[in-house]
Design a protein around this ligand. Structure first.
Ligand SMILES: [Zn+2]
Length: 263
């Protein structure tokens, strides 16, 4: 089955290309995708991973960026930046609602099942208070391109900045995009200091867990009820309000599975 990527990818790509290249660049990548801008800006839609790869190649060409890793890092940084409302993503909302870096690193299986499907299997090999190990294994017949690996790494690096903390370190010991059987990461992050005002998931609503669990496994994908939310690096002023709001909705209650095939 061909791998697919959620339009969270294009929802961030379009404003990035608009800024870096201009409106004619956006028209070009929409043509490459064979889909309208409206379709590509809706993060309940999906496109084949191969089409996303073609869009990346065209973008790099338009931006005159021959280095795939460097391009993906620039795109990844833009992906994680604070956005105006129409460009925000539901995964940004979700990660903020979890309320802490560790909680976010625990719940990556849920989040990344909504970003790609039929592409890789993500495993949480180990998780501690301030470090975790992950393994991303391409599913049979699939490959993890360099741009995906780098884009994912930038996301993991930036999560703690949700809460004004330093970026995490992602150390990759083997990379599937460079011929290994899997990408193996060790992630190290700093937690908030004691005494600092901080929020944690406070509700254990079974209903919310069931809804999120169903969404994570549903064929349609996407969490439309989160679509109006925020993204990953809000200004300090907006941060606490948003995070408290979503914490109070009980969105930090999805249980961690140690392994899940992301289909
Ligand atoms: Zn890799």
């Amino acid at each position: 089955m061909p791998g697919e990527i959620n339009c969270i990818f294009t929802k961030a790509l379009i404003p990035f290309v608009e800024k870096e290249v201009g409106p004619e660049g956006v028209a070009t990548i929409c043509r490459v995708a064979g889909r309208s801008r409206d379709y590509l800006m809706a993060d309940h839609n999906w496109i084949p991973l191969a089409v996303a790869g073609e869009m990346v190649a065209v973008c790099r060409d338009l931006m005159r960026e021959p280095d795939e890793d460097r391009w993906a890092r620039r795109y990844g940084e833009s992906f994680m930046d604070w956005k105006p409302r129409e460009e925000r993503s539901y995964l940004g909302t979700y990660s903020m609602g979890i309320g802490s870096p560790r909680g976010t690193y625990e719940r990556v299986l849920t989040m990344y099942g909504q970003q790609c499907r039929d592409v890789y299997r993500l495993e949480v090999v180990e998780i501690g208070r301030s470090r975790a190990r992950y393994r991303w294994t391409p599913l049979p017949g699939q490959a993890i391109p360099i741009w995906i690996c780098t884009w994912l790494k930038v996301q993991f690096e930036r999560f703690p900045t949700n809460w004004g903390l330093p970026r995490a370190q992602v150390l990759e010991s083997t990379c599937a995009a460079h011929g290994a059987d899997a990408c193996r990461w060790e992630v190290r992050w700093k937690n908030p200091s004691r005494g600092r005002r901080f929020w944690v998931p406070s509700l254990t609503g079974g209903a919310a867990a069931l809804v999120l669990g169903a969404a994570a496994h549903g064929a349609g994908g996407g969490w439309p009820f989160l679509a109006a939310g925020s993204v990953l690096s809000p200004s300090p002023k907006r941060r606490s309000k948003t995070a408290r709001g979503f914490t109070s909705m009980g969105l930090g209650v999805v249980g961690l599975r140690q392994e899940m095939v992301l289909v």
